[in-house]
Design a protein around this ligand. Structure first.
Ligand SMILES: [Fe+2]
Length: 293
């Protein structure tokens, strides 16, 4: 490729930097796939990207694009395409998480596009779940290997209508069933949801335990969820230890206009630093790889 490929951190993440005015659509597909499989996330920088090239480029490497039904944040649809969404609509920090790990169906890969960076802060953060598992103390490895996470949530009528993009509870019921979510309708038409899943997952090749889940992000927003599957609380000191270990091996992406980021959502947790600039505009696509993975 007519590009530079410096590493983004010691073991994971690689940058594909345009040095010869190359069109991103002309990059060698196999080379991208091999780098992605090895490094877990790739940052494409210096290309003249628009939302159109972002759409074409991601279409060429991905399939099964999701419209975020069942997701917890409010997202804007971009250019009338329900599979190109803004990131969430507030400015606070979001702790590291695997995308949609609070339900069964997760997108296997993610794409981000920087339409406009924040004037300062608002970096996207990335952390390798394999490396994070390795860095955990033995008691934490044992704890999270033995106990699963239980996520729970309460949604009023408007809440579930937005989340599931329907006003038909039967559609919600089907979605919950497909996602192994326990659910209950209350008299006021609100619903309660519950989902149990491991904190640690085997890698796609089966060789590496990977710490990837929504624990840190969920706890930061609502300290009551998740708990362990035996209903015991996840103590604050354990959450702090996880955050400290993760922070040591976290990579920051300081966005530039036109950047594209490709992320393996089975291995790499992501999040973002807080920001104050109203102009920050990052788009997201949730999908599966259109190649053997
Ligand atoms: Fe996310």
């Amino acid at each position: 490729m007519k590009v530079n490929t410096p590493l983004l951190s010691e073991n994971v993440g690689q940058q594909i930097i345009n040095k010869d005015n190359v069109n991103i659509l002309d990059l060698d597909r196999e080379e991208i796939i091999n780098l992605f499989k090895s490094y877990g996330f790739l940052l494409f920088r210096g290309f003249e990207n628009s939302v159109d090239t972002f759409t074409q480029f991601t279409n060429s490497l991905s399939t099964d694009f999701l419209d975020y039904t069942g997701g917890v944040f409010n997202r804007r649809v971009i250019n009338g395409n329900a599979t190109i969404l803004s990131v969430n609509d507030f400015k606070d920090e979001i702790k590291l998480h695997g995308e949609m790990y609070y339900q069964q169906d997760i997108p296997l890969m993610l794409w981000f596009f920087c339409a406009h960076p924040a004037s300062q802060d608002g970096e996207t953060i990335l952390c390798d779940g394999r490396q994070l598992f390795n860095e955990l103390s033995s008691p934490l490895k044992e704890l999270f290997s033995n106990k699963k996470l239980k996520y729970f949530g309460h949604l009023n009528k408007e809440g579930w209508q937005n989340k599931y993009k329907t006003d038909d509870l039967r559609v919600v019921e089907q979605n919950c069933r497909n996602n192994n979510l326990l659910w209950q309708i209350n008299e006021d038409e609100s619903i309660d949801l519950q989902f149990i899943c491991p904190a640690i997952h085997p890698s796609r090749c089966g060789k590496y335990p990977t710490f990837i889940n929504s624990l840190l992000a969920a706890k930061h927003i609502n300290p009551n969820t998740p708990c362990f599957d035996d209903d015991s609380e996840i103590p604050d000191d354990i959450v702090s230890e996880l955050n400290e270990v993760a922070e040591r091996i976290t990579t920051e992406i300081s966005w530039q206009t036109g950047d594209i980021l490709m992320v393996d959502n089975t291995r790499i947790m992501h999040g973002r630093r807080a920001f104050s600039d109203n102009q920050r505009d990052i788009y997201l696509r949730l999908c599966s790889p259109a190649f053997p993975f």
